[in-house]
Design a protein around this ligand. Structure first.
Ligand SMILES: [Zn+2]
Ligand SMILES: [Zn+2]
Length: 333
């Protein structure tokens, strides 16, 4: 009896130790991580694809490889480096950092990871994963994710078209304070998408969007006055709202005012004013205005005809994504 007890105690201790180690081991193997060198999912100490260690990171500022959380060369922290890498414009460079940040629940990284899955960049294209990332991002407070999801349901892209789902997403973005969401909800009321058409409600939401800083929303109010939707038709009021939108920094409004003055609709034709609105819109990045300026220089509309200058504007417009400008630019080259 006296000898039995310590023996049993030792067995018990031994099993406890075993249990402890197997638990520690299980924790290690069941805790996946994302390699900061290649972005692959890994477990254990080293990445199965590239062999880098779990703690490895290359400083996005100076390129030095590190294991400790502060760069041994420039002093940047690992978190600062991760943020820099995730913001890289090249999707493959940004990918490992986005993966790591998304796994930690970062809402912006989750949204971007969703776009990777949507397009099949650095990962196999996977619609379900994309949608799940967008949702998780939205639930973590990302406005862009809710707007994006809303637009997918609105247009029936990746998902079946569903206006009430779209509205739900816009409402979620609205509760997070989004001006853009107000505009989308207003447009649903204007078009009667998923809700009964209601111009008054539409205008209320457009006004809310404009008050929250969405300059383009003044244009939607202008359009209501132009067509007499929910209000008596009033061209002067419409023009006033287009100007308000332009003053608030809407590139689309500047472009539209340029068109109105060039063509003499709603206003007396005035090419000088028209061109100056086009220039303002182009400065704000409006590709259609860049194209229109190219056309003005090509045809000598309000300016001396100048093919070189026209080509410069066509090239700018094409680089800003205007397809027609690229077609015209190509025919001259
Ligand atoms: Zn790796
Ligand atoms: Zn560094």
């Amino acid at each position: 009896m006296n000898f039995e007890f310590p023996k049993r105690l030792i067995t018990l201790l031994f099993s406890l130790i075993l249990l402890f180690f197997s638990a520690a081991l299980a924790e290690e193997t069941s805790d996946p991580w994302f390699c900061l060198n290649c972005g692959q999912e890994a477990s254990g100490d080293a990445c199965p694809v590239c062999g880098e260690f779990r703690d490895f990171w290359a400083c996005a500022s100076c390129g030095t490889s590190n294991l400790s959380p502060v760069c041994r060369n420039c002093g940047k922290t690992k978190d600062e480096s991760l943020a820099l890498q995730a913001a890289d414009s090249h999707p493959f460079t940004a990918y490992p950092a986005i993966r790591r940040l998304a796994a930690a629940g970062d809402s912006a990284a989750l949204f971007r990871l969703g776009r990777y899955y949507e397009k099949g960049i650095a990962v196999t294209q996977d619609t379900d994963q994309a949608l799940s990332c967008f949702r998780r991002s939205g639930k973590a407070g990302n406005i862009d994710a809710w707007i994006y999801l809303g637009r997918l349901y609105d247009a029936g892209v990746l998902v079946e078209q569903d206006y009430s789902m779209a509205m739900e997403c816009y409402q979620k973005a609205l509760t997070l304070g989004s001006a853009e969401a107000c505009w989308y909800i207003g447009s649903f009321y204007e078009e009667g998408s998923g809700v009964e058409q209601d111009y008054k409600m539409a205008m209320e939401y457009y006004r809310m969007a404009a008050d929250r800083g969405d300059a383009d929303a003044w244009m939607s109010l202008a359009y209501c006055y132009l067509c007499g939707n929910g209000v008596p038709e009033d061209q002067a009021a419409a023009l006033g709202y287009y100007e308000k939108a332009a003053e608030a920094g809407s590139a689309a409004a500047c472009d539209y005012l340029g068109y109105l003055y060039m063509s003499g609709s709603l206003v007396a034709q005035d090419t000088e004013k028209g061109l100056s609105w086009y220039r303002k819109a182009a400065e704000l990045g409006n590709a259609r205005s860049m194209y229109a300026l190219g056309y003005a220089y090509q045809s000598g509309q309000g300016v001396a005809s100048d093919i070189e200058e026209a080509l410069r504007w066509y090239e700018k417009a094409a680089l800003a994504g205007y397809r027609n400008a690229y077609v015209v630019w190509k025919t001259f080259k």
